[in-house]
Design a protein around this ligand. Structure first.
Ligand code: FES
Length: 162
Protein backbone atom coordinates (compact mmCIF):
# COMPACT_ATOMS: atom_id res chain seq x y z
CA UNK A 1 0.00 0.00 0.00
CA UNK A 2 1.18 3.47 -0.84
CA UNK A 3 0.09 5.46 2.19
CA UNK A 4 1.51 8.53 3.89
CA UNK A 5 4.01 7.69 6.66
CA UNK A 6 1.71 9.27 9.25
CA UNK A 7 -1.15 7.02 8.13
CA UNK A 8 1.00 3.93 8.70
CA UNK A 9 1.86 5.27 12.15
CA UNK A 10 -1.78 5.94 13.00
CA UNK A 11 -2.77 2.49 11.77
CA UNK A 12 -0.17 0.76 13.95
CA UNK A 13 -1.25 2.86 16.91
CA UNK A 14 -5.00 2.29 16.41
CA UNK A 15 -4.55 -1.48 16.33
CA UNK A 16 -3.10 -1.38 19.85
CA UNK A 17 -6.36 0.11 21.14
CA UNK A 18 -8.28 -3.12 20.59
CA UNK A 19 -7.93 -6.41 22.44
CA UNK A 20 -8.93 -8.26 19.24
CA UNK A 21 -7.24 -7.13 16.02
CA UNK A 22 -10.33 -7.52 13.83
CA UNK A 23 -12.07 -4.79 15.86
CA UNK A 24 -9.72 -2.30 14.18
CA UNK A 25 -11.26 -2.98 10.75
CA UNK A 26 -13.53 0.10 10.74
CA UNK A 27 -10.89 2.58 11.97
CA UNK A 28 -8.37 1.25 9.45
CA UNK A 29 -10.86 1.67 6.63
CA UNK A 30 -11.50 5.26 7.71
CA UNK A 31 -7.78 6.03 7.90
CA UNK A 32 -7.10 4.59 4.46
CA UNK A 33 -10.05 6.34 2.84
CA UNK A 34 -8.96 9.59 4.49
CA UNK A 35 -5.50 9.13 3.00
CA UNK A 36 -6.20 7.90 -0.54
CA UNK A 37 -9.86 8.79 -1.03
CA UNK A 38 -11.32 5.33 -1.54
CA UNK A 39 -11.00 1.66 -0.61
CA UNK A 40 -9.34 -0.35 -3.36
CA UNK A 41 -9.03 -4.14 -3.69
CA UNK A 42 -5.41 -3.70 -2.67
CA UNK A 43 -6.49 -1.90 0.51
CA UNK A 44 -8.94 -4.68 1.38
CA UNK A 45 -6.24 -7.34 0.99
CA UNK A 46 -3.72 -5.24 2.89
CA UNK A 47 -6.07 -4.65 5.84
CA UNK A 48 -6.99 -8.34 5.91
CA UNK A 49 -3.32 -9.31 6.17
CA UNK A 50 -2.65 -6.65 8.77
CA UNK A 51 -5.54 -7.84 10.97
CA UNK A 52 -5.10 -11.56 10.25
CA UNK A 53 -8.46 -11.83 8.51
CA UNK A 54 -9.70 -13.03 5.15
CA UNK A 55 -10.31 -10.30 2.53
CA UNK A 56 -14.01 -11.24 2.52
CA UNK A 57 -14.25 -10.19 6.19
CA UNK A 58 -13.04 -6.70 5.27
CA UNK A 59 -15.14 -6.54 2.10
CA UNK A 60 -18.26 -7.28 4.13
CA UNK A 61 -17.63 -4.19 6.23
CA UNK A 62 -16.88 -2.02 3.20
CA UNK A 63 -20.06 -3.00 1.43
CA UNK A 64 -22.21 -2.68 4.56
CA UNK A 65 -21.39 0.97 5.26
CA UNK A 66 -22.37 3.50 2.57
CA UNK A 67 -19.65 5.97 3.58
CA UNK A 68 -16.93 3.80 2.08
CA UNK A 69 -16.12 4.49 -1.57
CA UNK A 70 -14.84 1.74 -3.86
CA UNK A 71 -13.71 4.09 -6.64
CA UNK A 72 -11.50 7.21 -6.68
CA UNK A 73 -13.07 10.66 -6.47
CA UNK A 74 -11.94 14.15 -7.43
CA UNK A 75 -9.54 16.16 -5.28
CA UNK A 76 -12.50 17.89 -3.60
CA UNK A 77 -15.69 16.11 -2.57
CA UNK A 78 -18.88 18.15 -2.86
CA UNK A 79 -21.80 16.49 -1.07
CA UNK A 80 -25.19 18.08 -1.59
CA UNK A 81 -28.03 17.10 0.76
CA UNK A 82 -31.12 15.89 -1.06
CA UNK A 83 -33.32 15.04 1.92
CA UNK A 84 -36.67 16.79 2.41
CA UNK A 85 -35.77 20.22 3.84
CA UNK A 86 -32.89 20.68 1.44
CA UNK A 87 -34.82 19.31 -1.54
CA UNK A 88 -37.69 21.74 -0.82
CA UNK A 89 -35.26 24.64 -0.43
CA UNK A 90 -33.54 24.17 -3.77
CA UNK A 91 -30.94 21.48 -3.12
CA UNK A 92 -31.44 20.01 -6.61
CA UNK A 93 -30.72 23.39 -8.24
CA UNK A 94 -27.67 23.72 -6.01
CA UNK A 95 -26.41 20.35 -7.17
CA UNK A 96 -27.09 21.24 -10.84
CA UNK A 97 -25.08 24.42 -10.38
CA UNK A 98 -22.02 22.55 -9.09
CA UNK A 99 -22.33 20.05 -11.95
CA UNK A 100 -22.47 22.84 -14.52
CA UNK A 101 -19.64 24.81 -12.93
CA UNK A 102 -17.33 21.81 -13.15
CA UNK A 103 -18.74 20.30 -16.39
CA UNK A 104 -19.44 17.04 -14.64
CA UNK A 105 -22.23 14.68 -13.62
CA UNK A 106 -23.09 13.41 -10.18
CA UNK A 107 -20.83 10.61 -9.03
CA UNK A 108 -18.16 11.26 -11.66
CA UNK A 109 -14.79 12.95 -11.41
CA UNK A 110 -14.80 16.32 -13.20
CA UNK A 111 -12.62 16.49 -16.34
CA UNK A 112 -10.02 18.61 -14.51
CA UNK A 113 -9.88 16.02 -11.70
CA UNK A 114 -10.83 18.70 -9.22
CA UNK A 115 -14.21 17.59 -7.85
CA UNK A 116 -16.76 14.85 -7.47
CA UNK A 117 -20.29 16.08 -6.84
CA UNK A 118 -22.73 13.75 -5.12
CA UNK A 119 -26.09 13.75 -3.44
CA UNK A 120 -26.12 12.61 0.17
CA UNK A 121 -28.83 12.17 2.76
CA UNK A 122 -29.53 14.56 5.65
CA UNK A 123 -26.46 16.34 6.98
CA UNK A 124 -28.24 17.25 10.22
CA UNK A 125 -28.53 20.95 9.54
CA UNK A 126 -32.05 21.00 8.11
CA UNK A 127 -32.82 24.49 9.49
CA UNK A 128 -30.19 26.04 7.23
CA UNK A 129 -31.13 24.22 4.02
CA UNK A 130 -29.92 23.72 1.39
CA UNK A 131 -26.79 22.32 2.93
CA UNK A 132 -23.58 21.26 1.23
CA UNK A 133 -20.48 19.65 2.63
CA UNK A 134 -17.22 20.27 0.81
CA UNK A 135 -14.61 17.86 2.08
CA UNK A 136 -15.15 18.14 5.86
CA UNK A 137 -16.66 21.65 5.94
CA UNK A 138 -20.39 22.29 6.15
CA UNK A 139 -21.82 25.16 4.12
CA UNK A 140 -25.31 26.41 4.91
CA UNK A 141 -28.01 28.08 2.81
CA UNK A 142 -26.21 27.18 -0.41
CA UNK A 143 -28.48 28.60 -3.09
CA UNK A 144 -27.41 28.92 -6.72
CA UNK A 145 -25.51 32.16 -6.04
CA UNK A 146 -23.60 30.69 -3.14
CA UNK A 147 -22.89 27.49 -5.10
CA UNK A 148 -21.31 29.65 -7.82
CA UNK A 149 -19.23 31.50 -5.21
CA UNK A 150 -18.03 28.24 -3.66
CA UNK A 151 -17.21 26.87 -7.12
CA UNK A 152 -15.17 30.00 -7.89
CA UNK A 153 -13.31 29.55 -4.61
CA UNK A 154 -12.49 25.91 -5.41
CA UNK A 155 -11.28 26.90 -8.89
CA UNK A 156 -9.13 29.69 -7.43
CA UNK A 157 -7.58 27.27 -4.91
CA UNK A 158 -6.90 24.79 -7.72
CA UNK A 159 -5.24 27.51 -9.82
CA UNK A 160 -3.11 28.59 -6.85
CA UNK A 161 -1.75 25.04 -6.53
CA UNK A 162 -0.51 25.05 -10.14
S1 FES B 1 -32.52 17.71 5.04
FE1 FES B 1 -30.63 18.57 4.41
S2 FES B 1 -29.55 18.79 6.24
FE2 FES B 1 -31.34 17.74 6.84
Amino acid sequence: MNLKPETYQRIDEVITHYPVKRSATLPLLHLIQEDVGHISEEAITWIAQKLELQPINVLEVVTFYPMFRRAPIGRRHIKVCRTLSCALSGGYKTCDTFEKEFCTHRGEISPDGEVTVEFVECLASCGTAPVVMIDEILHEKVDVTKAKQLSAQIKAEAAARK
